[in-house]
Design a protein around this ligand. Structure first.
Ligand code: S5P
Length: 265
């Protein structure tokens, strides 16, 4: 099932985590990663319960939860696993290798529960080795999504910077893929050409109502993003602020899945 619909992405993939994602996405017919940006544990549990069946991955910002406790977070991760979701901590690491390794531990202990993390490559490629060492320290495996582009207006990730991130990231087995800008399909197409067929591109800045969001966020259409080469649409407020989050998640799932089928056929 997954191999048919994912085409060359499946056949070229060398990552167990990417294969797992592609299988979950095929099972649920959804390329949606929910950006679970709610700041209470109760709000987060409600979200998983309501939209779990319609999403393929869950993205967190563990440091924005007001009533976070280690115990409640463990329960939350268990609920995510039961809902068949990869957990992706959007920590946007950027420090030198050894500090990034230590930042995988600490109070939040990201290395023990996250399957994926985001990182900038501004400090050089050792940040990826540092993050991989973090997972190794607890006997786990994970993947790094490098920020190759961003969705926010005026960001400083120039095309030359993007090229270097892709060139270094393509070669690194610890790199699961890249964050691309979901709000600009033409930029995404260029990114896909540079990335090639193997690695993932996941895209925030996606909303069924396109245009400008709050505080410089920009939005593009989910179908366009997938047709341009995105493998996963990261959707936050489009789902968690909707009056009916489950209904909204279903719409994003259908739009992204139909676009994948269209892209590969
Ligand atoms: O360039 C980026 C990269 C990321 S990971 N732009 C983004 O918006 N994000 C994240 O995607 C951001 O941290 C947030 O969690 C989510 C977008 O949320 P939305 O409410 O705008 O859909």
């Amino acid at each position: 099932m997954a191999s048919g619909v994912w085409g060359e992405r499946w056949s070229n993939s060398t990552s167990d985590i990417a294969r797992k994602y592609m299988e979950v996405a095929a099972r649920k017919q959804s390329l949606v990663c929910l950006a679970a940006d709610r700041n209470t544990m109760a709000g987060l549990f409600d979200l998983i319960e309501e939209v779990g069946p319609y999403i393929a991955a869950l993205k967190t910002h563990v440091d924005l939860v007001d009533d976070w406790t280690s115990d409640s977070w463990s329960k939350f991760c268990k609920a995510a696993a039961e809902a068949d979701l990869l957990i992706f901590e959007d920590r946007k690491f950027a420090d030198i290798g050894k500090i990034s390794r230590s930042q995988m531990a600490g109070i939040y202990d990201i290395r023990s529960w996250a399957d994926l993390v985001t990182s900038h490559l501004i400090s050089g490629p050792d940040v990826v080795d540092g993050l991989q060492s973090g997972w190794e320290d607890v006997g786990r495996k994970g993947g790094v999504l490098l920020l190759a582009q961003m969705s926010s207006r005026g960001n400083l990730l120039s095309p030359e910077y993007t090229d270097q991130v892709v060139a270094k990231g393509r070669e690194h087995p610890g790199v699961f893929g890249f964050i691309g800008n979901g709000s600009r399909p033409e930029e995404l197409k260029e990114l896909r050409k540079k990335v090639g067929v193997e690695k993932m591109i996941w895209t925030p800045g996606v909303n069924l109502s396109v245009g400008d969001g709050e505080m410089g966020q920009r939005y593009g259409d989910p179908r366009e993003a997938v047709l341009a080469g995105s493998d996963c649409i990261i959707v936050g407020s489009g789902i968690h602020r909707a009056n009916n989050p489950a209904g909204a998640a279903k719409e994003y799932a259908a739009s992204s899945w139909n676009a994948l089928v269209e892209r590969e056929s």
